[in-house]
Design a protein around this ligand. Structure first.
Ligand SMILES: NC(=O)c1ccc[n+]([C@@H]2O[C@H](COP(=O)([O-])OP(=O)(O)OC[C@H]3O[C@@H](n4cnc5c(N)ncnc54)[C@H](O)[C@@H]3O)[C@@H](O)[C@H]2O)c1
Length: 237
C-alpha cells in the first residue's frame, strides 16, 4: 500500500470531461483511480501510466452499490486514502417527457443522482477519518435553466446541485469541501450524441464560443478543486 501520494477518484473518466480531469490530476502528481463502465478506461489509464503517472482503471457501474463499495475498498487497499472524489459519470436522455419510459427514467436517475449518492456514501467515511477531502459533483447548466427535451436530465442535475449544497454544510465539521460544476456545452462524446439526437448535427462545432465553453468547463473543474470554499456550484453555461 502506497500512502505517500494524494489520491483522486474520477468516475466516468474513460471519455470526455472525466478523462481530461483524470489526466489533469495525474499531471498534478495525484495517484488516479478511473472508474467507468466503458473499456476505454484501460486505454486512458495505460496512457497516463506510460507518461509516468500512477493510475488504475476498474470497471464500475456507479449505479451499483456492490460495485461502488468494492471499488472504494480496492482503492483503500491500494492507496490507503482518498483526497478527491470527482463524481463525473453521467448520462443524458434527450426526449420529450411523455415519451420517456419508466425504465429509462430510473436509469437516468440511478446513474446521475444515485451514482453520486453511492460514491459519497462509501467515500465519506474515509474522508471523515482523514478529516480532509474534496468532493466535486458534475452538475450542468441544465440544472439551472430549462431546456427543451432535457426535463429529466435537468431534474437530476438540479438534484445534484441541491445535494451538493446540503452536503457541504453536513461535512464542513470534518474539513471536507463539497462543490459542483455546471458546464455549458463541452465537445465530448455525450454532447455529440445529444446533438445527433436533436438532429442538428453541426451547431456545436460552429456555434460561436463552443470550444471556449469546453476550455471553460475544464478550467472550472480545475479552479473548483483547490478552492477554499465549499457548497458552491460553478456554472459557466
Ligand atoms: N458535455 C457537456 O456538454 C456537458 C455539459 C454539462 C454537464 N455535463 C456532465 O459532465 C459529465 C461528463 O460528461 P461528458 O460530456 O464527458 O460525457 P461522456 O459521455 O463523454 O463521458 C461520460 C462517461 O461516463 C461513463 N458512464 C456512463 N454511465 C456510467 C455508469 N453507470 N457508471 C460508470 N461510468 C458511466 C461513460 O462510459 C463515459 O465514459 C456528465 O455528468 C455530464 O452530465 C456534460
Amino acid at each position: 500500500m502506497s500512502v505517500s501520494k494524494n489520491v483522486a477518484v474520477v468516475t466516468g473518466a474513460a471519455n470526455g470531461i472525466g478523462e481530461a480531469v483524470a489526466r489533469l490530476f495525474s499531471r498534478k502528481g495525484y495517484a488516479v483511480a478511473i472508474l467507468d463502465i466503458a473499456d476505454r478506461g484501460k486505454q486512458v489509464s495505460d496512457e497516463i501510466k506510460a507518461g509516468g503517472g500512477d493510475c488504475v482503471f476498474w470497471k464500475c457501474d456507479v449505479a451499483s452499490e456492490k460495485e461502488v463499495a468494492s471499488s472504494v475498498e480496492k482503492i483503500m487497499h491500494m492507496h490507503g486514502r482518498i483526497d478527491v472524489l470527482n463524481n463525473n459519470a453521467g448520462i443524458v436522455l434527450v426526449r420529450p417527457l411523455d415519451e420517456i419510459h419508466w425504465e429509462e427514467y430510473q436509469r437516468v436517475v440511478d446513474v446521475n443522482l444515485g451514482g453520486i449518492f453511492l460514491f459519497c456514501k462509501h467515500v465519506i467515511p474515509v474522508m471523515k477519518k482523514q478529516k480532509s477531502g474534496s468532493i466535486v459533483n458534475m452538475g450542468s447548466v441544465s440544472g439551472h435553466v430549462g431546456q427543451i427535451d432535457h426535463s429529466l436530465y435537468g431534474a437530476t442535475k438540479g438534484a445534484v446541485i441541491a445535494l451538493t449544497r446540503a452536503l457541504a454544510w453536513e461535512l464542513a465539521p470534518w474539513n471536507i469541501r463539497v462543490n459542483s460544476v455546471s458546464p455549458g456545452s463541452v465537445d465530448t462524446p455525450m454532447l455529440r450524441s445529444d446533438i445527433r439526437i436533436e438532429g442538428s448535427g453541426s451547431w456545436s462545432r460552429e456555434r460561436p464560443g463552443a470550444s471556449e465553453h469546453g476550455r471553460c468547463a475544464i478550467s472550472s473543474v480545475k479552479a473548483s478543486l483547490p478552492a477554499p470554499w465549499s457548497g458552491r456550484d460553478r456554472c459557466n453555461g
